[in-house]
Structures are given as structure tokens and as C-alpha cells.
Design a protein around this ligand. Structure first.
Ligand code: ADE
Ligand code: ZN
Length: 326
């Protein structure tokens, strides 16, 4: 059919992908072996069968365990390179990758190792695949603001390789305002700012991400539809939401894809984008997110064009380069 073909072929930007969430079970096993790291699963199939999540935290526990096989610069390079090759097949031409340095520095892996490996993969993706890629460093919100400040300090020598700062991990009980001081500092330093908000948490967290942290995009934000005033604010200010339908399905944010509110958000005039979040864990990269969601919710070609256009509009590509895509 023509619609799935349009969805697959259209150039698109991916703005919500945790690079550690692109680590496929096969690569987890290969890196575990290469690095002599023990993992509590005997086979790829046994690991994959553990991917049955009931909520965000049940996923995060397995996701952080999977990331424990990453030790060397080459590991980070290999992980990102595998993602870029896969994304290019889905006609992703620009991507802004999240990475979680605290997951690695807590295990004795240096910021230098993490950033160098990811950055080198970004440079090679442009040269070899024509895919432009940049890095957004996320603070883990279940940890303290003090810990986030220490992480920012470690990242400053690499600030020219990092375009933005994000906030991820367990949302409920860790509101954006817990990080108000460190985000203010990141703003002074000139970083772009984003935050996960309204994934499982209430609309109040979206408000404080906007008004206290002063973020430019909301990651997920699907709970915003519960608050009419918030919906008007997001529409009026064209605040992008980086929505991840298969993630929401696998983490039981919606009972099925047909119940997903992507269409409601689009129809309300919001700058919605579609993204894969943690594709190795949620059963689909970009094109699977598009084709499955369109099939389940009855979206049409005009929605596909709007979503592709939004993805470039919402990106942190320079305005002069953006015109090429929009
Ligand atoms: N880290 C990786 N994926 C995440 C998600 N969907 N929400 C919060 N933190 C994450
Ligand atoms: Zn995410």
C-alpha cells in the first residue's frame, strides 16, 4: 500500500532515542564476552524474554543492567554505529541522541570514554551514511541534583560535543523542579534544554518543565491531554512533544496502540513528533513506530507529512540548514 511506503521512505529526524536503549541483546552478549562481564542470562532468547514490562521502572531495571556491558570507547562507538546504520535504513537523516553518563561513571567508566566513543560514531555517521547526529546529555532524575552538578562539571571539557541537556529515568516522585538550579546553570552555559515529562507523571510536571526548567521540548508529554489549559499552552507556543508510541505501549501507558492519543495531540495543533525511545527494548525502530501507529489509529498521509515536518522544525539543526528539510 502507498501509506506504509510513504511512512517508510519519507526523510525524518529522530529526536528521542536513548543510545543505551538501542543496545540489542546480541550486542549485549557480544560486549559481555569481549569485556568479561557476567550477565544473569544464558542466552539472547532468555534475555529477550525478560523484556515484558509493566511500567517504566520495570523497564529501567533491565535497561541499566544491559548498559553494564559497556566499558571501552570502542563499545560506545559500536553501539552508536549499529543504531546509525539501522536508523539510516528507516530514512532517518538527522538524530539527536540521549546518553546517560551517570549510568557509566557510577561503574568507573570515564566521561571521556563515553563522549569520545559516541562523538566519533557521530562524525563517521555523517561521512559514511550522510546522517547528521548530535548528543544530548541526560541527568538521571532518581539521583540528586548534587550528582547532576558533578556530572555537568565532568562534561564541561567536552561541552562543544554536546548540544543539549535532558532529564530522564524514573519520573513519578522526581519532578522537574528537583533540578531547577542545575538546569539554570546549563541554560547560562548555552545548552539546549529538554526534559522527559508527562510520560507516567502528571501534567503538573510538564508545566514545571516549561516554567521552572525552561525546556524547549517535552519528551513524551502524552499526559498533557488531561489538562486543557496545558494543551492550549503547548499549541500556542509550538512546544514540541517527542512522542514514542511503541514505548508507551510496552510500558503500559496506553492499553493498546488504538487508544494512543497521538491523533488527539496532532488535531489539537501541537508540534508532535514520532520517535523510538529505546528501540531494542520496545520492539521497533522509527518505521515500526510510524507504520504500527498509523495502522492502529487511522492516521493518513497529511499526518505523515506533518510529523516529518515537525521533526525537523523541532530539531536543534541550525535555522539555515533546517530550510533544506522543511
Ligand atoms: N530512560 C530510557 N528510556 C526512558 C524513558 N522512556 N523514560 C525515562 N527514562 C528513560
Ligand atoms: Zn525517553
Amino acid at each position: 500500500h502507498r501509506l506504509p511506503e510513504l511512512l517508510r521512505q519519507m526523510p525524518k529526524a529522530e529526536l528521542h532515542i536513548h543510545i543505551e536503549g538501542s543496545l540489542e541483546p546480541e550486542l549485549i552478549f557480544a560486549l559481555a564476552q569481549r569485556n568479561g562481564v557476567a550477565i544473569p542470562y544464558r542466552t539472547v532468547e532468555e534475555l529477550r524474554s525478560a523484556y515484558a514490562f509493566t511500567n517504566l521502572q520495570s523497564f529501567l531495571d533491565i535497561y541499566y543492567a544491559g548498559a553494564s556491558v559497556l566499558l571501552t570507547e570502542q563499545d560506545f562507538y559500536d553501539m552508536a554505529q549499529a543504531y546509525f546504520a539501522r536508523a539510516a535504513k528507516d530514512h532517518v537523516v538527522h538524530t539527536e541522541l540521549f546518553f546517560d553518563p551517570q549510568t557509566h561513571t557510577a561503574r568507573g567508566v570515564s566521561m571521556e570514554t563515553v563522549v569520545n566513543g559516541l562523538h566519533r560514531a557521530c562524525v563517521d555517521a555523517k561521512a559514511e551514511l550522510g546522517l547528521s547526529a548530535s548528543l544530548i546529555m541526560c541527568f538521571l532524575r532518581h539521583l540528586s541534583e548534587e550528582d547532576a552538578f558533578a556530572t555537568l562539571e565532568q562534561a564541561l571539557p567536552y561541552r562543544d560535543r554536546i548540544i543539549g541537556i535532558g532529564l530522564d529515568s524514573g519520573e513519578v516522585g522526581n519532578p522537574p523542579e528537583k533540578f531547577s538550579r542545575v538546569f539554570a546553570r546549563c541554560r547560562e552555559l548555552g545548552f539546549h534544554l529538554v526534559a522527559h515529562a508527562g510520560e507516567e507523571g502528571p501534567p503538573a510536571y510538564v508545566w514545571t518543565a516549561l516554567d521552572v526548567l525552561k525546556v524547549e521540548r517535552i519528551d513524551h508529554g502524552v499526559q498533557s491531554s488531561k489538562d486543557a489549559a496545558l494543551m492550549r499552552r503547548l499549541a500556542q507556543d509550538r512546544i514540541p512533544l517527542t512522542v514514542c508510541p511503541l514505548s508507551n505501549l510496552k510500558l503500559c501507558v496506553f492499553p493498546d496502540l488504538a487508544s494512543h492519543n497521538l491523533r488527539q495531540l496532532l488535531d489539537a495543533g501541537l508540534a508532535v513528533t514520532v520517535n523510538s525511545d529505546d528501540p531494542a527494548y520496545f520492539g521497533g525502530y522509527m518505521n515500526e513506530n510510524f507504520t504500527q501507529t498509523f495502522a492502529a489509529t487511522g492516521l493518513a498521509a497529511q499526518h505523515a507529512y506533518a510529523l516529518a515536518r515537525n521533526s525537523f522544525e523541532a530539531s536543534f539543526i541550525d535555522a539555515s540548514e533546517k530550510r533544506v528539510f522543511i
